[in-house]
Design a protein around this ligand. Structure first.
Ligand code: FUL
Length: 405
């Protein structure tokens, strides 16, 4: 789960311009534990907070600027949202992650590249050294003009080296990874095909645009030399930050389930943003939709009707599974053993009623998860996955099957 929270929560804006007074940051009952409880109850495993967004307001006490919680009325300037967030994650067994916007519309040295890069590394170092292990550090490539039109040159190799040195187990997200890549849109929809391998020269740095960049982010590269799976980010509401006018535009349970199928079901990870209100809590509508999504996913995917899979051709191109009892099917879930990489580029799934075989679905890449929704009323006794094309010897292919919803 992604959590956008900061001065924009209080100004009702999406991007602050950096002139916001810290005095507006005054959540009446900030409760990161409630965020974490909702996230956990809804099946999330990690949570990522906007420690600083483009407006430059820091949610933790920092030595790098006075534009921070220390200058706010919240807890008379003694509070630390990042600390409460990380503590709440740990209390609810969620892995914490942080987003530190490189674009900073408040800091006076933004645009003076070497000086701001030092500030940015100092902020990052505070976040990476004070709060224990982080699961993910999240970077976007936003790069607006600084004072007098000055253009900031970010030092990404230095940023990534700092994370690798101070949090070696954290996954680094950006357009250019190095560990996980943006999926290429903010709708949370992964590409099809979706390779976890990439050719790193196609997206050399965060924020680069140009022909082929979005295509590279969406699809990855079958011949890519680097393992950089896609993460699909989107918001449960139209905006990333909370706006009261969007209380009746929260994604429905059906929309959230479809989102899961188009991200997780296409070999991506889903990062779903849920923005707390100015009170500092997740709105009841959002919480109800998240629990609805979780309930639906549990109902759809808790009973696997296929009892494992077995290889039936020596070249690893045909895999079969017997169903525990003949049944019409609503979904099939395929999985490659990604410890061995990703190989399949085209497959077909067919079912047998015991007498004849009929095609149920076909597709491109599989990866760690491929979920196909089926339109099938016939009772299936046996499933067969045929690998029609692959970039390396395929297998093993795990097969799960689920009843219609
Ligand atoms: C983008 C930002 O400009 C948006 O405000 C939001 O934070 C999104 C997740 O990343 O780069």
């Amino acid at each position: 789960m992604f959590v956008h929270f900061g001065v924009n929560t209080f100004t009702d804006r999406e991007w602050g311009d950096g002139t916001e007074s810290p005095s507006i940051f005054a959540p009446s009952r900030l409760d990161p534990r409630q965020w974490a409880r909702v996230a956990r109850a809804a099946g999330f495993r990690a949570m990522i907070l906007t420690a600083k967004h483009h407006d430059g307001f820091c949610l933790w006490p920092t030595a790098t600027t006075t534009h921070a919680v220390t200058a706010s009325p919240w807890h008379a300037g003694t509070g630390d949202v990042v600390r409460e967030f990380v503590d709440a994650c740990r209390a609810e067994q969620l892995r914490p992650g942080l987003y530190l916007s490189p674009w900073d519309r408040n800091h006076p040295v933004y645009g003076d590249s070497p000086r701001y890069n030092d500030v940015y590394i100092s902020q990052l170092t505070e976040l990476l050294t004070r709060y224990g292990p982080l699961a993910e550090v999240w970077f976007d490539g936003a790069n607006g003009e600084g004072p007098n039109g000055r253009r900031q040159q970010y030092d990404w190799p230095r940023v990534w080296a700092a994370v690798k040195r101070l949090q070696p187990d954290a996954v680094v997200f950006s357009d250019a990874g190095p560990d996980v890549r943006w999926c290429g849109n903010e709708r949370g929809v992964a590409g099809d095909p979706n390779w976890s391998t990439v050719d790193p020269s196609r997206v050399p740095a965060p924020g680069v645009s140009g022909p082929g960049v979005i295509d590279a982010l969406q699809h990855g590269d079958p011949g890519g030399s680097v393992w950089r799976p896609s993460e699909a980010d989107t918001s449960i509401r139209p905006g990333w930050f909370y706006h009261p006018a969007e209380d009746d535009r929260v994604k429905t349970t059906d929309q959230l389930v479809n989102l899961y199928l188009r991200s997780v079901g296409r070999n991506s990870k889903l990062l779903l943003n849920v923005p707390p209100t100015p009170d500092g809590v997740i709105h009841e509508v959002d919480a109800a939709r998240l629990l609805g999504m979780h309930g639906r996913l549990q109902a759809l995917f808790s009973t696997d009707l296929a009892g494992g899979s077995r290889q039936v051709s020596p070249d690893g191109r045909v895999w079969e599974a017997d169903l525990t009892a003949p049944s019409p099917l609503g979904f099939v879930r395929l999985s490659e053993d990604i410890a061995r990489g990703q190989a399949v580029s085209r497959y077909a799934v067919s079912g047998s009623d015991g007498a004849t075989w009929f095609e149920l679905s076909r597709g491109t890449t599989i990866g760690y998860a491929r979920i196909d929704r089926l339109d099938n009323a016939r009772a299936v006794r046996k499933l067969r996955v045929s690998i029609e094309d692959a970039v390396a010897p395929p297998g093993p292919i795990d097969i799960s099957a689920y009843a219609p919803s």
